[in-house]
Design a protein around this ligand. Structure first.
Ligand code: ADP
Length: 321
């Protein structure tokens, strides 16, 4: 049977469509076409998504595999300059900082262990010598007692400075400080040490200079500088403390005419546990933590510290807060 079409065509319905009319055939074909199209679109979008998420998957895989033993891993993402590249670069930078901090921590622990071991070993050895000598005299006992006292003082100072470092890790408490009053307090405290080393102390500048900061921490930071200027000085030398306001900031200087610091040493003096080879002759109780603590405290206050010096030409430490 044939059906006449409006435009003159004749469609053999049953032959062409196996019993369907033309409209049904078009519908079925459209549905199949749509299904196929959707299927390929799905495949394509999966492929695109997979491609674009590849770096993210790599980042998360790297992040999952990272622990303290392989902090040197990097993504080194080399794709287009887009948000992903920015993200991958930030991730690499974070790893770099973590690696540096871990290395610094483990260096700190090994230095600390060394600093703790030295006085303890000396105490143990002296004790063993004394115990093995049945005829040890009172003088020898007194000598041991003096050595033991020196060792204990060193250990006490070390613990004190470690506590100071830990204290400086937390949030600082800011309050108004009159710099002149703070500096006078410090000079009063160090007077006895200056007298022993025959070093004179001076104070000058604008005593009314004000700043906002943590009085206990700043007291410690400046005292470290002043004590160093006394220890690494010579008989008849001086230490001068001065303060003034510079463009709304407080500038504090600790100046001495002591042994000075060579350019090569200046690159290391703010590192934890760094001591110059002659340091123990100036300050036998030192442990190389003083300037690291000072720099850390100044940093916490958002300030800066620098040194101008050279061997044999004294030193000027300048703090800007
Ligand atoms: P410490 O005094 O315990 O050795 P610091 O961290 O306070 O440790 O100082 C580090 C080193 O910097 C000292 O060992 C010393 O060599 C040097 N130094 C610091 N201040 C001065 C100074 N005013 N004059 C000369 N050398 C200094």
């Amino acid at each position: 049977m044939s059906t006449p079409a409006p435009d003159g065509f004749t469609i053999q319905n049953n032959e062409l469509t196996g019993g369907w009319d033309a409209l049904t055939a078009v519908k079925v074909l459209s549905v199949i076409g749509l299904i196929l199209l959707s299927f390929f679109a799905l495949l394509a979008s999966r492929w695109i998504a997979q491609k674009s998420f590849e770096p993210v998957i790599r980042i998360s895989k790297t992040a999952r595999n990272i622990d303290v033993h392989n902090l040197d891993q990097r993504l080194n993402y080399s794709g287009a300059e887009d948000e992903l590249k920015d993200f991958a670069n930030s991730f690499d930078l974070m790893l770099q900082r973590l690696e540096y901090n871990f290395e610094e921590q483990s260096q700190f622990i090994s230095n600390l262990a060394h600093e703790l071991r030295t006085p303890l070993t000396s105490l143990r050895m002296n004790l063993e010598v004394l115990n093995s000598d049945q005829n040890a005299s009172l003088v020898e006992y007194r000598e041991f007692s003096a050595t033991a006292e020196r060792g204990i003082t060193r250990l006490e100072r070390l613990v004190e400075e470690l506590l100071m470092l830990a204290k400086a890790e937390r949030e600082i408490e800011r309050e108004p400080i009159i710099v002149g009053v703070l500096l006078e307090d410090i000079l009063e405290e160090v007077k006895p040490i200056a007298a022993i080393h025959k070093v004179s102390l001076r104070l000058k500048g604008d005593m009314e200079t004000e700043l906002e900061g943590d009085p206990i921490l700043l007291h410690r930071a400046i005292t470290n500088l002043v004590e160093n200027s006394i220890y690494y000085n010579q008989e008849g030398g001086y230490v001068e403390l001065s303060c003034r306001s510079v463009q709304g900031k407080a500038e504090i200087q600790v100046i001495d005419d002591g042994v000075g610091i060579s350019k090569q040493q200046q690159a290391h003096i703010f590192e934890r546990f760094y001591r110059s080879s002659f340091a123990s002759s100036g300050n036998e109780k030192g442990n190389g933590l003083g300037l690291a603590i000072t720099a850390h405290i100044i940093d916490l206050h958002g300030g800066c510290i620098n040194v101008e010096s050279d061997s044999g030409r004294g030193s000027i430490f300048t703090i800007l807060l």
